[in-house]
Ligand binder design. Structure first.
Ligand code: CP
Length: 311
């Protein structure tokens, strides 16, 4: 395989997904995130985005993504403003486009948007002049989550070339999984998906993706296992009961013994402990769940710096 040198130039103004990012660009983001992570205490980058105003528009709930974007923007010296949906004119019926144009006219230069509709960030690009960062759109994409997951795995495993990562659970409804499928394969990993049939069958035939018929076959020899939140708000129509899910797919110590002895466990959060995995595993020595959260700030710092041309 030809490995491109990490890209030193950056042309994109927006981050809508990872599927358009080359390996060199992903590695550039991850390398810059490592630099920013190491320099965070010294506040070396505290003025990098001092001319930017970052608007946080979260139309769906969030803790990790919203807080880490806000802290990342502040660490780079940007002004931040939170739309506070529950107290906004969205409740008076203002449309998404009108709301985004209002944010732009008040001085927001960079929009961080989470929305239940796939494609909402693309609409923001078409209708405003702000930099747009997709913080999760419907079941479509969650690019910064996939990037912080990739950094967390790279920290733990070194290169992802030839590594096997199993993604278990509600893959069909997961924007995290969809973005991870692109990022992990671009970085050279083999990805296995596994879960109840309605949640995985659409991935049959994807290049470098295996659909494992059972949890045992998904875990066999895996270097890392990412289990996903069962999204009851999106998944009810599939008639997969929580009891059946726990019986067949929940990760526990005994099932993890089928993976590599050193295999790591990831979860994008929020976790439903006892459903997707046991509390012992979520808090045990193989978990990277806390590291995923910690990497959220430097990865988002790196992305914001690159999109504005500041780095
Ligand atoms: N992983 C993730 O997107 O978490 P939040 O919904 O808390 O932002």
């Amino acid at each position: 395989m030809t490995v491109e040198a990490p890209s030193r130039t950056w042309s994109q103004r927006h981050l809508l997904d990872v599927d358009g990012l080359s390996r060199a660009k992903i590695e550039r983001i991850l390398d810059l995130a490592v630099e920013m992570r190491e320099a965070r205490a010294s506040r070396e980058y505290r003025s990098l985005l001092e001319t930017e105003t970052v608007g946080l528009a979260f139309y769906e709930p969030s803790t990790r993504t919203r807080v880490s974007f806000e802290l990342a923007a502040k660490a780079l010296g940007a002004t931040t403003v939170d739309l506070h949906l529950a107290g906004s004119s969205v409740l008076k019926g203002e449309s998404l486009v009108d709301t985004l144009r209002t944010l732009e006219r008040t001085g927001v230069t960079m929009l961080v948007l989470r929305h239940g509709a796939a494609g909402a960030p693309h609409l923001a690009v078409r209708t405003t002049g702000m930099h747009v960062l997709n913080a999760g759109d419907g079941t479509h994409a969650h690019p910064t989550q996939a990037l912080l997951d990739a950094l967390t795995l790279r920290d733990a495993l070194g290169s992802l070339d030839g590594r096997t990562v199993a993604i278990v659970g509600d893959v069909a409804h997961s924007r995290v999984a969809r973005s991870n499928l692109h990022a992990l394969r671009t970085l050279g990993a083999l990805v296995r998906v596994a879960g109840p049939t309605p949640w995985v069958n659409e991935f049959d035939g994807w290049p470098d993706v295996e659909v494992a018929p059972s949890l045992a076959e998904a875990l066999d020899g895996a270097d890392a296992v990412m289990t996903l939140r069962v999204q009851t708000e999106r998944a009810t129509k599939d008639a997969v009961s929580l009891d059946d899910y726990v019986r067949d797919w929940r990760l526990d110590d005994s099932r993890m013994s089928l993976a590599n002895p050193e295999a790591f466990i990831l979860h994008p959060g929020p976790t439903n402990e006892g459903v997707e995995l046991t509390a012992a595993l979520a808090n045990g020595p193989r978990t990277l769940i806390g590291r995923q959260v910690e990497n959220g700030v430097p990865v988002r710092m790196a992305v914001m710096a690159l999109l504005t041309g500041a780095a």
